[in-house]
Unconditional design. Sequence first.
Length: 257
Amino acid sequence: MAAVIVPLFLAVLAALSGPVVAHGGLANYTVGETWYRGYDPNTPAAEQVGQPWMIQRQWDSIDPIFSVDDKYIACNNPGSPPVSYIPIRAGENITAVYWYWLHPVGPMTVWLASCGHDCNSVDVNEVEWFKIWEAGLLAGPNLAEGVWYQKQFQNWDGEPDLWPVTIPTSLRPGLYMIRHEILSIHIENKPQFYPECANLNITGAATAFPPKEYLKKFPGAYEANDPSIKINVYVPDDVSNYTIPGGPIWDGLVISR
Ligand SMILES: *[C@@H]1O[C@H](CO)[C@@H](O)[C@H](O)[C@H]1NC(C)=O
Ligand SMILES: *[C@@H]1O[C@H](CO)[C@@H](O)[C@H](O)[C@H]1NC(C)=O
Ligand SMILES: *[C@@H]1O[C@H](CO)[C@@H](O)[C@H](O)[C@H]1NC(C)=O
Ligand SMILES: *[C@@H]1O[C@H](CO)[C@@H](O)[C@H](O)[C@H]1NC(C)=O
Ligand SMILES: [Cu+2]
């Protein structure tokens, strides 16, 4: 939908002011009262990449990723990992801050991947991600007219748009990446994936870790022919159910390894 959206988008951007980030992506993270600045595609990379405060992976485009097989589906990432980690305790909330979001239809998911001893030497396409949060269709009557979490999240007014998620209380501590994904499905057979990733240093004394069946790679977690990905939500019919792709979320209760 980019051809239609770009002029409108620029018009909205022109209306925004102050510290507002001029794009529709994950701009900041908060934990408690602490704000963490994310990567800004509208600021030169040289001013951000390698900076000691950077906690989010570099991403250079607000444009969507259209294919489940695109390697950028992991982290919208052409290159550089951040230097630092957001410290957070298992059981605490991390809130993603967007200053603008355009699309209303489709699921939103949050994933974690354990990095071992260093998130900056891992390959984002090889680490194993597990889903910790999801929200899709919240209420009927059908996919076109129903209430989506994304519709409620959609924000045009320059106020911070907040997406809080709890790190599972039972998760064992360590270095992790967190991956937020918005999937917009307003065009049949042309899904739009908008992922961003950041580094977390999760502390605590818990010991749980999800078993194998929850661990997925990107690409790999999704199938192009999944009805939840290629569906035309605007065909009037009786479909009132929507299965969020990528398998179930890990409830944090299964202990293994
Ligand atoms: C939010 O992120 C943007 C872009 O990365 C940055 O310019 C801004 O200072 C951040 N805001 C806060 C409160 O950290
Ligand atoms: C923590 O996040 C959850 C969603 O995972 C949300 O329901 C809850 O309101 C958040 N709590 C706070 C204090 O923000
Ligand atoms: C992660 O947090 C622990 C506990 O505060 C700290 O000892 C460790 O140095 C941190 N690791 C990194 C890579 O920031
Ligand atoms: C709705 O549920 C049916 C029956 O379980 C399933 O086959 C179909 O894929 C679901 N549709 C979506 C979009 O999740
Ligand atoms: Cu679009």
